[in-house]
Design a protein. Structure first.
Length: 546
């Protein structure tokens, strides 16, 4: 007898639906957890050769130490190349300082109403592209403090003035119910971007967004900017380059621009007739001194440097000048300028000639030059060597630390008779086995523990006076030399957070193809590669049909 057919089991639709719903819910929960973790805990890699899209450790450390809220408004046309560069930079700032830095964007042509709103908020007349950096100051504790706090508007650098003759008017008193003062800085676009206009197309060759933005953030978060005085009483003739528009560019202008980008004030100062160094001086700079200081001036500088906490001195020495009193002052603190010239002799078909431009390397162990890495620098014109007393008993007693900053290449030597037409290295010259030191630093009262923030008195001497002289043809200073002097100035002002934030240079790459090569590339990209892909697709389709 045939077996009776099995009774079909009923489909449990409710169980299946419940199972599917639970699996879907579990999948959605898992997806949410993965998205949450990837949003909160992620890692980014900058695979560019020079880490173009990564903030320097100095900027990151400073941003993480910020207090309060700092606002940054990028005023650039939407979609422009400049806006894309600035947006990428500000994204890094937001990641490093969140939520202490608030970022916004403004297009002058498309958002006229927001422009008026921001002009009223920041007390600015926004007419050009750039970056606005602002912070609301803390409210004063009493009416006296309220009257003393006047809003600070951003000011463009003007010509230096002599502090001995400068006068200032008292700021008008603010009303008792006035809102807290707002500190604002504006960084114009022409300082951020440098373009090469010689070629057929305008090409970005330098981007200074990070160092200028960090300097502006420091400026709005400090109570008052430091003041740098340029000593002019014994200054030599500064070489000048004249721009096509008639503007004269000198080393003093370069220093002025450098300090303005660090949110510092630069003023000129003549020591003749002064009783003491101004109390607001944070650093003194002497560029190419042609005449020696008087004994009274040396005593005034030394008294100020040893008595004031955080005082800075920068000397760009002229090898051709006779400076016995200045040399004696430097020697007392471990840096003795030598009466020589750094050179080497080259033999050519026309005879022998002296090479005075000196290729040099930075000391990777110094906080001033370590962030510059293995970048090479060339000292132009003439240079002299510096003898360092690193282990002197006097230095140890005065808690002084002497460090070389720049060393010349070993095939150069310090010639004591540079007037000879064909000098030769002899025992009287300086060189191997001793390294040729072209720049050195002295720190007095420094702290070995980096967590301690006590300001120290600092000094830098450079055996070359032409580092920041503008070139007559390019009307510019060597970018590496500019970064070195800028880092030196930051170190003298006890602003380690700005050291090593160098400009981002964008090298250009040209691929020159002949017309025949161009036709082959077009044929490969527009013909051969698409045909190969189409053939592969047809083969797969034919195999699946079979």
């Amino acid at each position: 007898m045939p077996a009776s057919p099995a009774t079909p089991r009923p489909i449990r639709r409710t169980s299946i639906a419940t199972n599917v719903a639970l699996q879907t819910l579990a999948g959605l929960m898992l997806l949410g957890v993965v998205n949450y973790l990837s949003f909160r805990h992620f890692r980014r890699w900058d695979l560019t050769r020079d880490r173009q899209f990564t903030l320097s450790p100095q900027s990151q450390n400073f941003l993480q130490s910020l207090r309060g809220r700092t606002e940054v408004v990028a005023v650039f046309p939407k979609g422009s190349d400049e806006e894309k560069e600035i947006r990428a930079l500000l994204e890094e700032y937001k990641r490093a300082a969140r939520p202490r830095v608030v970022v916004d964007f403004l297009d002058l042509n498309r958002e006229p109403s927001r422009r008026l709103e921001l002009e009223k908020k920041f007390a600015l007349n926004i007419t050009q592209h750039g970056l606005i950096v602002s912070k609301q100051a803390a409210p004063p504790k009493d009416r006296t403090a309220a009257n003393a706090a006047a809003p600070t508007a951003p000011t463009a650098p003007t010509a230096p003035t002599n502090a001995a003759n400068a006068t200032s008017l008292p700021a008008p008193a603010a009303p008792a119910d006035a809102p807290p003062a707002r500190r604002t800085r504006f960084v114009p676009a022409e300082q951020i971007f440098t373009y090469d206009t010689d070629g057929p197309q305008r090409r970005l060759i330098e981007f200074r967004g990070e160092d200028l933005l960090t300097s502006a953030v420091i400026g709005v978060n400090q109570k008052s900017p430091p003041v740098v005085y340029v000593l002019t009483g014994n200054i030599g003739n500064l070489p000048a380059a004249r721009a096509p528009g008639g503007q004269t560019i000198t080393a003093e202008n370069v220093l002025w621009d450098m300090a303005a980008k660090q949110d510092a004030h630069v003023r000129t100062l003549g020591l003749t007739g002064l009783a003491e160094i101004p109390a607001d001086a944070a650093a003194l700079v002497s560029i190419r001194p042609g005449l020696d200081f008087t004994q009274r001036e040396i005593e005034m500088i030394e008294q100020w440097w040893t008595a004031r906490r955080g005082a800075g001195l920068l000397f760009l020495l002229d090898p051709e000048a006779d400076l016995p009193r200045l040399g004696g002052f430097l020697a007392r603190y471990g840096v003795r300028p030598r009466p020589d010239r750094v050179l080497k002799v080259l033999t050519t078909a026309q005879g022998t000639r002296k090479e005075l431009e000196v290729p040099a390397a930075f000391n990777p162990l110094s906080p001033v030059t370590a962030p510059l890495g293995g970048t090479a620098v060339t000292f132009p014109e003439q240079s002299q060597t510096l003898r360092l007393e690193e282990d002197s008993r006097v230095l140890r007693a005065g808690a002084l630390e002497v460090t070389p900053l720049v060393l010349a290449r070993p095939d150069y030597w310090g010639e004591t008779r540079p007037e000879d037409p064909a000098p030769r290295r002899d025992p009287a010259d300086t060189g191997e086995p001793d390294p040729l030191v072209l720049a050195a630093s002295v720190e007095r009262g420094g702290q070995q523990d980096q967590r301690l923030s006590a300001a120290s008195s600092r000094l830098i001497a450079v055996g070359n006076a032409a580092l920041i002289d503008p070139d007559r043809e390019t009307l510019r200073v060597n970018p590496v030399a500019y970064d070195f002097v800028s880092s030196s100035l930051s170190w003298l002002l006890n602003r380690e957070e700005l050291i090593g934030i160098a400009s981002r240079r964008r090298p250009g790459y040209n691929l020159d193809l002949a017309p025949g090569h161009t036709a082959k590339v077009l044929g490969l990209c527009l013909g051969l590669l698409p045909a190969a892909v189409l053939t592969l697709l047809l083969a797969v389709w034919s195999a699946r049909r079979a």
